[in-house]
Design a protein around this ligand. Sequence first.
Ligand code: CP3
Length: 347
Amino acid sequence: MSYNDRFIRATRKEQVDAVPVWYMRQAGRYDPDYRKIKEKYSLLDICKQPELAAEVTMMPVKKLGVDAAILYSDIMNPVASIGIDFDIVAGIGPVIHNPITCAADVERLKPIDVEGDLGHVLETIAILDRELQVPLITFAGAPFTIASYLIEGKPSRNYLKTKELMYSQPDVWHQLMAKLGDMAITYLRAHIRSGGKAFQLFDSWAGALSPADFRTFVQPTVERIFAELGDLPQPKIYFPGVSSGELLPLLGDLQADVIGLDWRVSIQEGRRRLGGGKAVQGNLDPTVLTAPMSVIENRAAEIIDQGLQEPGFIFNLGHGLFPEASLSKLAELTAFIHSYSAKAIAA
Ligand code: CP3
């Protein structure tokens, strides 16, 4: 099999033979083989075994036929290296044992030591670089999204403590953003050095902010991350997360190649708000996957029709896959996206 570069071509707004597709959170929670591995090992156990982490990363490529792999890891993985103790608790998500509450907590955060503390991640990337026939996307959590876990101590609905720190101690907040920005830059650069072919910055919860607060408290650091990594030729994706439609007009000048859209804004409207210039990725509502196949295909076709109106489109979901998704429907959807778009492009 020859190397499949559809995904990379689409990030550069080049001609493609079919629309590339990958799914956020495609690593196998819906896959019985993955669940069998999870009976023995936790997420962090798997990440610490490069051969196994590489195998889990490759499973959706083999089973679903997607055009890109995403590294099996978690956005929380690097925070242990800066001095945060956490666990990923089944049914909850990341839980922090020493949440950030004050200036001293931010001050004691160390710089990340990727080679020393996260060598297993770099080794996994190197294995995948040798074995994959599709590009490997690596990722980091964006500063706001990581901060929300570090401050709340667990997943949150309203980000009360996070916003309290942001509004009442802006200097401490900006120092935290700076440190988490440095963490993302160093970590992502190491990924690319080890063989990553593209990266995505996940800002899953930034849509909780008003555009004015995003602009003041978050955007400068997101801009700095992409600017400082601007010398890397690899495609860069920013995912501003769920309910981020109102933030899109702020992202037109970001030095990212691709912006991820959620399903509340259409592909066409998303492009309009971004002001042209960027490739877009998205945006099927993952809950649509509960529908009969004919409904799923109709929704996917609408997205593809809009996506193909301009160069630079990558099919994805508007947010992560949930464990209840069906492996066979996902494989069928992937094949449909390829065949439907190939016909439309050839016509
Ligand atoms: O895309 C992939 O499948 C690759 C691996 C990946 C994981 N987490 C593995 C994981 C990726 C890209 C992530 C990113 C991530 N992690 C995000 C950003 C994407 C998004 O969904 O918005 C966020 C917010 C997290 C934090 C996190 N980790 C949560 C909220 C949870 C629990 C809820 C959930 O979705 O399962 C996790 C745990 C986690 N990360 C699991 C996996 C496979 C499930 C638990 C497990 O298998 O141990």
